[in-house]
Design a binder for this molecule. Sequence first.
Ligand code: CMP
Length: 144
Amino acid sequence: MSLWGSKSSKVMMLRNVPLFKGLSQKQLEQIARLVDEVEAPAGKRLAIVGETGHELFVIVQGQAVVTLPNGRKVRLGPGEFFGEMSLVDGGPRSATVEATTPMKLLVVGHREFWQLLDEAPSLNAKVMRTLAGRLRDAEGGATA
Ligand code: CMP
């Protein structure tokens, strides 16, 4: 049983997440099986720089702030995701991410992350594009 209701309402919720835009009903149903829904209170640290990370988070509601090692802050809101870097290379968290309001999130575990990308190849490009943008951002180089 999902935290916010039935399986069909989970699929409806996924349909409203921009990351999953354009996916078929069947793909959304498969994805619904791979993600868990969680809530986090304001102030909760969802990723801590330097620690091992095992999940990707997709923001459904609420806001988070990413604090980069150089102290710069980046705000993230609904439809955006974080935690992909540690899943891709198995390395430690590159930044600290904290909820600044109460949040609803989808959590994707390590194994499920790769299944998700297999399930919906269009997500691959979205994750790669975001990852490349964040790397450029971290290095202070030219951005798209
Ligand atoms: P990860 O390194 O697993 O954990 C911290 C997360 O912060 C990281 O994945 C990204 O999802 C996110 N992150 C890192 N750098 C940036 C950035 N420059 N802008 C937005 N988010 C970032």
